[in-house]
Design a protein around this ligand. Structure first.
Ligand code: GDP
Ligand code: IMO
Ligand code: MG
Length: 429
């Protein structure tokens, strides 16, 4: 049976968690394929708001089996904390419901310290990472010095490897003098507990998925971060250290492309970004606050993982066209359309002006991107709350035109329109 991939089309926080939770109703398996607890995915069900960092958003649905794929970097303490938080809220995450790949990589306090130290060293050139140790863990993975999750099942080897790893990090920290050195014994004891509690969750998830896909299972791959944070295709170096694009799903789950059916790009009706780097349609001051919100509403644009105010700007169709290309999107899920209500004329970026030259394809050169001015079309706005609308034809005419404009520009259908964070606040087209 098929694999559908959910991917972020912008700089993350597009509403992937919300769309995954929605589509999980028809899935048997939901699998995260990249990143780590730098992700913050929100699922809103009535009064309950779940903020998931490592657990796939499908976990809220009791009929779904969840997978943490080999492409992830996993902080085991954070994972146990998340499992515990859900347990307290009545969701039991058992080894039957959650499979942790034995080929993922472990994030340690050493990686977090290295992340913090590297950011401090960069000064005003800092990436603005989530400081979750993501970059250093993927660095160790590619340097072939990482610690794989499979080690959890062999406590003696795990603790031995942790000792050597933390001692080597400490030597580095001592030279850099930016972060105090770490307590090896304390970390060993944390990892001993993780070994006891997480070993039952370990599985060969590539094998598990292959069996499921060759059987009757519907599998949903849940992306983290977004296309422009991709290590290869994003705004390097202001990116994360993994592959959030659709190809990352195959890599990060260990399955081949023959199973793929839909590639669903999640796009916010405007743009946001956390961290540093160029952002052509960025708004500031009051204009930014209009899109960001004040922080009072749960969906206001403040980081799910870090609480940082997100940078915000108008919708950038140059970015979305790029996302259609590099991900091979078959369709779009548009979120937060409700936030644009009552704006008289809504600017949409259709190309860039680079020193009087029109650029309509997303540039690789960050210096060029940094000097691009957005070329804006102004689409007529609409009035009133659209959160209770459930049919595309019932949307105000100009809201419909806004969606149609995006669809025609990109050449792929908008198949989901989200008008609020709740499960049912959706228009299925
Ligand atoms: P993710 O990282 O892509 O899963 O996105 P986040 O969860 O970090 O951020 C998206 C935020 O927008 C969350 O607070 C969601 O509950 C909220 N959200 C998602 N879709 C909608 C929508 O259509 N309207 C509104 N108002 N909020 C939404
Ligand atoms: P979700 O899955 C938004 C950003 C950070 C920083 C850069 C590198 O919720 O969409 P890292 O800690 O990964 O080394 O930071 O990437 N970033 C995100 N921004 N949403 C995310 O995840 C992000 N994950 C990482 O802010 O700019
Ligand atoms: Mg997020």
């Amino acid at each position: 049976m098929p694999l559908d991939i959910i991917v972020g089309t912008q700089w993350g926080d597009e509403g992937k968690g919300r769309i995954t939770d929605l589509l999980a109703a028809k899935a048997d398996i939901v699998a995260r394929y990249s990143g780590g607890d730098n992700a913050g995915h929100t699922v809103s069900i009535g009064d309950e708001i779940y903020k998931l960092h490592l657990l796939p958003s499908g976990i809220i649905n009791p009929n779904v089996t969840c997978i943490i794929g080999n492409g992830l970097v996993v902080n085991p303490t954070v994972l146990l904390g998340e499992i515990q938080d859900l347990f307290v809220r009545g969701i039991d995450v058992t080894p039957q419901r959650l499979k942790l790949s034995d080929r993922a990589h472990l994030v340690t306090p050493g990686h977090i310290a290295l992340d913090q130290s590297a950011e401090l060293a960069k000064g005003d050139k800092a990436i603005g990472t989530t400081q979750r140790g993501i970059g250093p863990t993927y660095t160790h993975k590619t340097a072939r010095t990482g610690l794989r999750t499979g080690l959890l099942a062999d406590k003696d080897s795990l603790l031995d490897a942790i000792s050597r790893h933390i001692e080597s990090v400490n030597q580095k920290l001592l030279i850099e003098q930016r972060i105090p050195k770490l307590d090896v014994n304390e970390i060993k004891s944390q990892f001993a507990t993780c070994s006891d509690l997480l070993t039952p969750f370990l599985a060969d998830t590539s094998h598990f998925l292959d069996d499921a896909l060759n059987g009757k299972a519907n599998v949903l791959a849940e992306g983290a971060q977004g296309t422009l944070l991709d290590l290869d295709h994003g705004t390097y170096p202001f990116v994360t250290s993994s592959w959030p694009i659709s190809a990352g799903a195959l890599l990060g789950l260990g399955i081949g492309p023959k199973h793929v059916r839909r590639v669903i790009g999640v796009a916010k009706a405007f743009t946001s970004r956390v961290g540093s780097g160029p952002f052509p349609t960025e708004l500031f001051a009051d204009a930014a606050e209009r899109l960001r919100g004040s922080g009072q509403k749960p969906w206001d644009e403040y980081g799910t993982t870090t609480g940082r105010p997100r940078r915000v700007g108008w919708l950038d169709l140059v970015i979305l066209k790029y996302a259609v290309r590099v991900n091979g999107l078959t369709e779009l899920a548009l979120t937060k359309l409700d936030i644009l209500s009552d704006i008289p004329n809504i600017p949409v970026c259709v190309a860039y002006n680079y020193h009087d030259q029109v650029i309509d394809s997303f540039p690789a050169d960050l210096k060029v991107l940094g000097e691009c001015e957005p070329i804006l079309d102004y689409l007529a706005g609409w009035k009133g709350d659209i959160a209770s609308i459930r049919k595309r034809n019932d949307l105000p005419l100009n809201a419909k035109k806004y969606v149609d404009f995006i669809q025609e520009f990109l050449g792929i259908p908008v198949r989901l329109i989200s008008v609020g964070p709740e499960r049912d606040q959706i228009i299925i087209c």
